[in-house]
Design a protein around this ligand. Sequence first.
Ligand SMILES: O=C1O[C@H]([C@@H](O)CO)C(O)=C1O
Length: 592
Amino acid sequence: MRTIRVCWSIWLGYLIVLLSLLIGGSRSVRLREYKFEVGYMKKKPDCIENSYVMGINGHFPGPTIRAHVGDTLHISLFNNISTNEPTSIHWHGISQYGTPWADGTASISQCAINPGETFHYRFTVDKAGTYFYHGHYGLQRSAGLYGSLIVDLALGQKEPFHYHSEFNLLLSDWWHNTSFHQELSLSSKPFQWIGEPQSLLINGRGQYNCSMAANTMNNNATLPQCKFRTSDEECAPQILHVHPNKTYRIRIASTTSLSSLNFAISNHKMVVVEADGNYVDPFEVDDIDIYSGESYSILITTNQNPNNNYWISIGVRGRKPNTPQALTILNYKKASISSSNIIIPNSPPPITPQWNDFNRSKAFTNKIHALMGSPKPPTHYDHRLLLLNTQNLIDGYTKWAINNISLVLPQTPYLGSIKFKINAAFDRRHPSENFSNGYDIFSPPINPNANFGNRVYMFNMNQVVDVILQNANVLSGKNSDIHPWHLHGHDFWVLGYGDGKFKQGYDEKKFNLKNPPLKNTAAVFPYGWTALRFRANNPGVWFFHCHIEAHLHMGMGVIFAEGVQLVKGIPKQALACGLTKKIIMSFNTTNN
Ligand SMILES: O=C1O[C@H]([C@@H](O)CO)C(O)=C1O
């Protein structure tokens, strides 16, 4: 009798362990399935009728994806674009460790998805943070193909800061010319620049050529007062409703095609706690600068007079603006707001700092440090690239070039052509790792001619790579643009920024090796340099490029690759084009 009871209790124990494994296991590793149908839709992002945007499942911006660390996402992406355009979607900030074919870069990680085709993105999200996704084909980001991607900590884990509730703001810019028009302008001779956007959007909503704050006291706005929009109107600003004396996390990501932005909330200080999915040493500011491709989390405390509402503003920095601020409202519940009774804040909105006060921009950037306990950079590098950013001419067309090469992507995705050693797919020679010592970065290029190219910077697995981005003067006149550079597949440590030309052996002595922030996007300021370090530890082929969509289109990017022979399980459909099509079709499984 006693042995039977002992056996029973052992079995019961096993059963409990098994059940808890099953329940716990299914909780920690969850498969999340999404069906995305990409297509054009008639919308009015900035209240102008008859605009067409590229959206997903009838939504613009596309649906927000929300997952936990460790989850696997399966997104079936159906190309329903009526204008016969291929597409692909990049999951910005997600490492794609083990799934480089799911990075969403047409011609690099996969074949572009043709109209009528469905591509299955399957990948795991491995780091909590504020991310987003966007089209990575042609100028589809400018057409509106983007949405938010938020990764929460695994259940039971805690953030290193406290908040009661959160909001999510995805920032973008909007042109009244279509993305086709923009593409034609950029590739015309003589060159026709796309110009500044007509409107800025907060969660896909803006109001063209008017200001919600025009009638507020002491406001010297030159724009007319916007018509009042009820909350059921497409372009009505999304209002942030808060309770007094609480702490809110505001997630802010910028998927702008061009604009560098400044984000501010009147009367409220903000504490920056996260940048590009990495915790930072918290610091308090009145406003933040955010470049295309970046994301931040800030904390605000609602400690102001609860009988008032407050403006939330974004305005253009870094380029001479020709676009009004976009505004929305922080609404304390007491200062009630309803579709018929809007309490417009009684003070003017925050003033966006001078667009060309670059010292202010640099001062903000230099405040960002990694939170204590974050991974530290290796103290030495194995491989250093010095990449000169220049505006050039090729056959009279205006382009951007890196070490005199303007990138033109090949037909066959690099991931396949490197793995299967198809030599004819791209230029196998080593790209240049340096530029002429005598290059005068402060003047227009003496010889403005550059060349097209598609070579690859190949790294050995686990090498430590330094990239020094060097800015320079544009083709003509006295100017140097800001470029936010984004790396796919990795975070990098931002070791430092400097003015003028980078001096090897001297400037590196000032690198921050103690607590540099980990990021996936960093700006290079006019006439300056930015130093980045990363470990080439993610088998695959990775884009590294300026996140200004027009600049990327004009050739401003390079290709990195490491450990491609280690990549396994590329789905056939990722490589069923160009020179890999035949090879991949001869395999009977995906097991390549
Ligand atoms: O790439 C660009 O071209 C224009 C200008 O430099 C030439 O028209 C501009 O402002 C850019 O950023």
